[in-house]
Ligand binder design. Structure first.
Ligand SMILES: NC(=O)c1ccc[n+]([C@@H]2O[C@H](COP(=O)([O-])OP(=O)(O)OC[C@H]3O[C@@H](n4cnc5c(N)ncnc54)[C@H](OP(=O)(O)O)[C@@H]3O)[C@@H](O)[C@H]2O)c1
Length: 320
């Protein structure tokens, strides 16, 4: 088969051996995959795959099952699926543990489903499973125009939360159309003041943060009493000073997770939660895949250039 391999920090379309389905795995013939910011870091040599994962980039895909490994029951060759991957999605075929398979949500095409598993599992596991966002609460999402952000806006709205987002101004209109109640231009506005103004001084109950160090102190300023901050990205650095006094005064919590390195059983639990709690919202049309554009898989390098420009909104898909 062919796959995108990383050579000298470049993405190259190359012939590689076919994957085989190990115990508890299936092989999926890939229809489409999606670009994630982590793939860019992997290409740059900053984010190696976890032990045992495919060397090829690609954290999610959709496609059709073409082979079953030993011990697999409840799935069949020809079944249309999408999947959360530890790597290997930028390929014509990929081996997937069955616990990371999801059905294609009702009403979506195989291509549309390709960009949902990574954002759905990341956002649901943090905002709902850990941080317990409730109806009536306020969710602050940094990077509202990202793949993660566009999904988090829709999930927050579907759960009955007020959703505030930071993004560059040119993305604001489209983010309000997705349901964001307030869009903050982080380049010209102070998000702390905007969040406090909007919430009558209360602050945000849950903060989903992709910036890290640069926003740590200000996230605490913008946090409501009993608020929860989850850091899932370090685009603004990894080390910062933490004022425990300010956090304690608000009875605040800070946590951080990385989906890719979680053990398979943990991923399977998250995937099951997404299937049961999030897929019905997708099938009902309350959450839509937000696809900026598509590229042929062999032209993944151009897709990475677009992601690095940050001019996209939502997901960039790669089609086989
Ligand atoms: N921990 C995990 O398990 C996990 C899983 C998935 C993703 N992530 C992380 O989530 C983030 C988003 O991933 P993605 O694949 O959705 O990436 P993406 O679509 O490339 O989005 C990145 C976004 O960051 C925004 N941004 C840059 N500087 C900003 C700032 N100072 N304030 C607010 N927004 C800013 C950009 O939007 P503008 O054009 O508005 O600047 C850009 O759209 C990445 O950091 C990724 O590593 C973590």
């Amino acid at each position: 088969m062919h796959a995108i391999v990383i050579e000298d920090k470049q993405l190259v379309w190359a012939e590689v051996p076919d994957p085989e389905a190990a115990e508890g795995e299936v092989v999926v013939d890939v229809t489409a995959t999606a670009v994630n910011r982590a793939d860019v870091s992997q290409r740059q040599g900053l984010y190696p795959p976890p032990p045992g994962a495919s060397e090829f980039p690609g954290l999610e895909c959709s496609g059709v099952i073409s082979a079953l490994g030993p011990g697999v029951t409840g799935h069949h060759v020809g079944e249309r699926v999408c999947a959360l991957l530890a790597g290997g999605g930028y390929a014509e075929r990929v081996a997937v543990p069955v616990g990371q398979l999801l059905p294609v949500p009702a009403g979506l095409s195989l291509v549309e489903a390709a960009g949902l598993p990574e954002v759905a599992c990341t956002v649901w596991s943090n905002v709902v499973d850990r941080d317990r966002l409730r109806s009536g609460e306020t969710l602050l999402v940094h990077g509202g125009g990202s793949g993660i952000g566009t999904f988090a806006i829709q999930l927050g709205v579907a759960l009955g939360a007020t959703v505030l987002v930071t993004a560059r101004a040119e993305k604001h209109e489209r983010l309000r159309a997705l349901g964001a109640d307030l869009t903050i231009d982080y380049q010209t506005q102070d998000f702390v003041r905007e969040v406090l103004d909007r919430t009558g001084g209360r602050g945000a109950d849950v903060v989903l943060d992709i910036i890290g160090a640069k926003y740590l102190a200000r996230n605490i300023e913008a946090l409501a009493a009993d608020g929860r901050i989850t850091v899932i990205g370090m685009q603004g650095g990894r080390s910062a000073e933490l004022d425990l006094g300010k956090l304690m005064a608000k009875r605040g919590r800070i946590s951080s997770t990385a989906l890719r390195a979680r053990p398979p059983a943990d991923k399977a639990r998250i995937v099951a939660g997404v299937r049961d709690r999030v897929w019905p919202l997708v099938a009902a049309g309350l959450i839509k895949p937000i696809i900026h554009t598509t590229f042929p898989l062999a032209e993944a390098a151009a897709a990475h250039d677009l992601m690095e420009s940050s001019d996209h909104l939502g997901k960039i898909l790669l089609l086989r």
